[in-house]
Design a protein around this ligand. Structure first.
Ligand code: PEP
Ligand code: MN
Length: 337
């Protein structure tokens, strides 16, 4: 609920209403801007509480917000900015590019890919170490050894590192080795993991589950925010639809809607959204046009022999070409790469 306060109220009046609400177990957040003085309330409201709020002289108006999430809701048209190592920042003016292999396979191959990622102008290096594969017989990742390699390569080339966590038991390892902790589509509903990650002082890249509604995604983000971490980057990575010809369907309308509903940055993963490298450049440009704040792209030096997701990984030369195109296009959409 948002309570608008009258202009020019005294400190005593302000304190009175705050104190009353806190005594009712209502959480109060001052969200005043230049134009208005307002409070954001969260908790459970009944009619008598509402009537009591209205009865304060200081109150001009009170409005119920019809969303179950409050901490990640955009209220004053505010935008989140997240500061990252090597002077990087995620904010409304930047279009970030996270690139790298699906899985970290060896130090040699990750170094080779990372050098090209950097050369192309991307500042973020991705690589999976704990892989959640559909088949138990598929490559499961290099695990701790993979994270160490990612950390080493990222540090050497000054690239911000991103990797997916799959269990609470890995949190200490991720704190040690990774700059942005990714929660994959399969774990978006893992609320126990989200609650633990909320206590970690690192940004979280939260991917939308295959079948999640926009509201469910925002509620998962709310778990992180409610428990203390609002450094959240949302990622649309395609959802399951009846289009069987493509691995997933990229929900660009969902991206536009997310940008309306939340102040959190929203990026797109066109690789998992399509499953086919040929589609990645066009989906990337469409994401920029749709107002996304960046991309996460799988890139490999030898996709044919990749240990996972080779079919959707861009070869190095195609990644360079895409980066050139995105750099040209980005100014039209008021974004910097
Ligand atoms: C990934 O980014 O490596 C990944 C497994 O993606 P998703 O969770 O979106 O399937
Ligand atoms: Mn992958």
């Amino acid at each position: 609920m948002i309570v608008h306060l009258k202009k020019g109220i005294t400190k005593k009046e302000y304190d009175e209403i705050n104190e009353y609400l806190l005594n009712q177990d209502i959480k109060v957040q001052d969200i005043s801007d230049e134009k208005d003085s307002k409070l954001l309330l969260s908790g459970s409201f009944d009619r008598s509480l509402l009537e009591r709020i209205y009865s304060f002289d200081a109150v001009l108006d009170a409005k119920k917000i019809r969303t179950p999430y409050q901490k990640v809701l955009k209220i004053n048209n505010e935008k989140k900015s997240i500061k990252l190592p090597y002077n990087n920042e995620i904010n409304e003016n930047n279009f970030i590019i996270i690139a790298g292999p699906c899985s970290i396979e060896s130090k040699e191959s990750l170094t080779k890919i990372a050098i090209e990622v950097k050369k192309a102008g991307a500042n973020f290096l991705r690589g999976g170490a704990f892989k959640l594969r559909t088949s138990p017989y598929s490559f499961q990742g290099l695990q701790e050894e993979g994270l160490k390699i990612l950390h080493e390569v990222g540090k050497k080339l000054e690239l911000v590192t991103v990797s997916e966590i799959t269990s609470i038991s890995q949190i200490d390892l991720f704190i040690k080795y990774v700059d942005i902790i990714q929660v994959g589509a399969r774990n978006m509903y893992n609320y126990e993991l989200l609650k633990e990650l909320a206590k970690v002082n690192k940004p979280i890249l939260l991917k939308r589950a295959f079948s999640a509604t926009i509201e469910e995604l925002l509620l998962s983000a709310e778990y992180l925010a409610e428990h203390g971490n609002t450094d959240i980057i949302l990622c649309e990575r395609g959802i399951r639809t009846f289009n069987e010809d493509i691995r997933n369907t990229l929900d660009l309308g969902g991206v536009i809607r997310l940008k309306e509903l939340t102040f959190l940055p929203v990026i797109v993963d066109p690789s998992h959204a399509s499953g086919r490298y040929e589609m990645v450049p066009k989906l990337s440009k469409a994401s920029l046009a749709a107002g996304a704040d960046g991309l996460m792209i799988e890139v490999h030096d030898d996709p044919l022999n990749a240990l996972s997701d080779g079919a959707q990984s861009l070869k190095i030369n195609k990644f360079h070409k895409l980066m050139d195109d995105l750099k040209k296009a980005s100014s039209i959409f008021d974004k910097k790469i």
